[in-house]
Design a protein around this ligand. Structure first.
Ligand code: DX5
Ligand code: ZN
Length: 222
């Protein structure tokens, strides 16, 4: 079963609590929180304070995606704020392995993310220790971007690597997932789909989620 993790980046932040409750009632699996520092990516969002606020309104797993340089400086703060999964970028630290170990020491699920231009092999040495492998299918920084088609083949190769090295690690795809691209990311082996605009834009989350799930039913998935 493919899991859905709505990114709150495209939710109405003025009524974030309601938007999250609406997503939870619609049947999403995780809440995805995009933390940006204006250095690693050309955008700024929020920090542990908001994670803490979101923690108070939902019992769903909080999937925190850190797009910040030297993420090791803040791992403890995000853990304390109530993150369940903490994902760091391979490109954002000199020591991705140390950062992943630190997340695990804090008792949280550890994820590693890579950008579209980073060779897939970056995952290989760390895969045996990861709970999540996040493949970016857009350049990180903004919601609402177009899916980069080369991500599909990278997902296939990542799935083969994951099956060989750590079958328990989940593959998460992030960026441009919508009703047009969902079938290919699902077939290529994604376990978790992050979706911002496809879930929060235009219509109620429940209707958007239903439309995405229909794509999966049509493929014989669930
Ligand atoms: C991009 C973020 C994504 C993004 C997804 O930097 O990591 O999580 O918000 O948004 P959509 O689904 O609109 O591409
Ligand atoms: Zn993200």
């Amino acid at each position: 079963m493919l899991k859905f993790a709505p990114s709150i980046l495209t939710a109405d932040l003025a009524r974030l609590g309601e938007a999250i409750k609406e997503a939870e009632a619609a049947g999403v699996d995780w809440i995805h929180l995009d933390v940006m520092d204006g250095v690693f990516v050309p955008n700024l969002t929020f920090g542990p304070l908001l994670v803490e606020a979101v923690r108070r309104v939902t019992s769903l797993p909080l999937d925190v995606h850190l797009m910040i340089v030297q993420p090791e400086r803040y791992l403890e703060d995000f853990a304390k704020a109530g993150a369940d999964h903490i994902t760091v970028h391979f490109e954002a630290t000199y020591h991705p392995h140390r950062a992943v170990q630190k997340v695990k020491e804090l008792g949280k699920k550890a994820g590693l993310a890579i950008n579209p231009a980073t060779p897939l092999e970056a995952f290989e040495p760390l895969l045996p220790e990861l709970d999540l492998a996040l493949l970016m299918s857009v350049n990180p920084g903004f919601g609402g971007q177009r899916y980069i088609p080369t991500a599909t083949e990278r997902l296939r190769r990542l799935k083969a690597m994951r099956d060989r090295l750590n079958p328990g690690c989940l593959i998460e795809v992030d960026g441009g997932v919508n009703k047009e691209t969902l079938a290919e990311v699902y077939r290529a082996g994604a376990d978790v789909a992050v979706a911002g605009s496809a879930l929060f834009n235009r219509r109620p989350v429940a209707e958007n989620l239903k439309e995405l799930k229909e794509v999966l039913y049509a493929l014989g998935g669930r």
